[in-house]
Design a protein around this ligand. Structure first.
Ligand SMILES: [Fe+2]
Length: 242
């Protein structure tokens, strides 16, 4: 795993470099940079084989091919992407396959990543064309660094959607409701989570009576998320996100 060790550390160095370079203009990136500095540079662990679904393999190959830059973070990802234990992010018998087979992640740091950390989750997030990842919230704070393709992000129930393209970073604060939508190309993102990294993910849905409900997704040992039931969204949360 010597090679994977070097590749994982090149990725961390490149991502930390991006955060350092941008934190002067965007102070909201500072906590992400600080947490990254604390990631133990311990030995790299063996990880399992990547997902074998054809849609995953084709989308990853196309996204890597379309990456427009040779900056260090892009080069680090080019070298590392095939070494990760990619998995389907959401698992569940009731989940629409159009959603389940459109989101894949490969951890570099985290519970199943090449490097272990209790405080940080970072790696690659691959979104297949035609995805709409519905409004959701989580306790962790999150950044996306777009590498390839683009994704339309919306913050808040009435927020104005905007596109995130290669070289651009988004910052999602803890408990901020947000959605992601892809177009015709696969989208490859670096993600980083800090804070409450293992608290549930809540998917919001407005029912026909106009009330918001949320489905709870809990983190599993293999890092994927599994559904655990639905409950009404408290009205004060709806108001805060409107
Ligand atoms: Fe998120």
């Amino acid at each position: 795993m010597e090679n994977a060790d070097r590749l994982a550390k090149d990725y961390l160095k490149a991502l930390t470099g991006e955060l350092t370079a941008r934190s002067g203009d965007d102070p909201s990136l500072v906590p992400f940079r600080v947490e990254m500095m604390d990631v133990a540079h311990g030995p790299v662990e063996t990880v399992g084989p990547p997902c074998s679904l054809p849609v995953f393999q084709e989308s990853l190959a196309a996204a890597l091919e379309a990456m427009p830059s040779s900056d260090p973070i892009f080069e680090a990802v080019r070298a590392l992407a095939a070494k990760l234990a990619w998995y389907q992010v959401y698992q569940g018998a009731d989940l629409d396959p159009k959603l389940a087979e459109r989101m894949f992640a490969g951890q570099v740091v985290g519970q199943i990543g090449l490097l272990k950390s209790d405080n940080v989750r970072t790696g690659l997030f691959l979104l297949v064309p035609g995805l709409h990842y519905p409004m959701h919230t989580h306790g962790a704070s999150e950044i996306y660094f777009c590498l390839s393709g683009s994704v339309t992000l919306q913050y808040g129930l009435n927020g104005v959607p905007f596109d995130l393209g290669p070289g651009e970073i988004s910052v999602t604060q803890s408990k901020q409701v947000h959605s992601l939508t892809t177009g015709l190309q696969p989208t490859l993102l670096v993600y980083q989570w800090i804070g409450d990294v293992d608290s549930p993910n809540w998917w919001w849905e407005m029912r026909s009576d106009g009330k918001w409900w949320q489905e709870k997704w809990a983190r599993q040992d293999d890092a994927s998320w599994a559904a655990e039931g639905v409950e009404p969204v408290p009205q004060d949360e709806v108001t805060a996100m409107s």
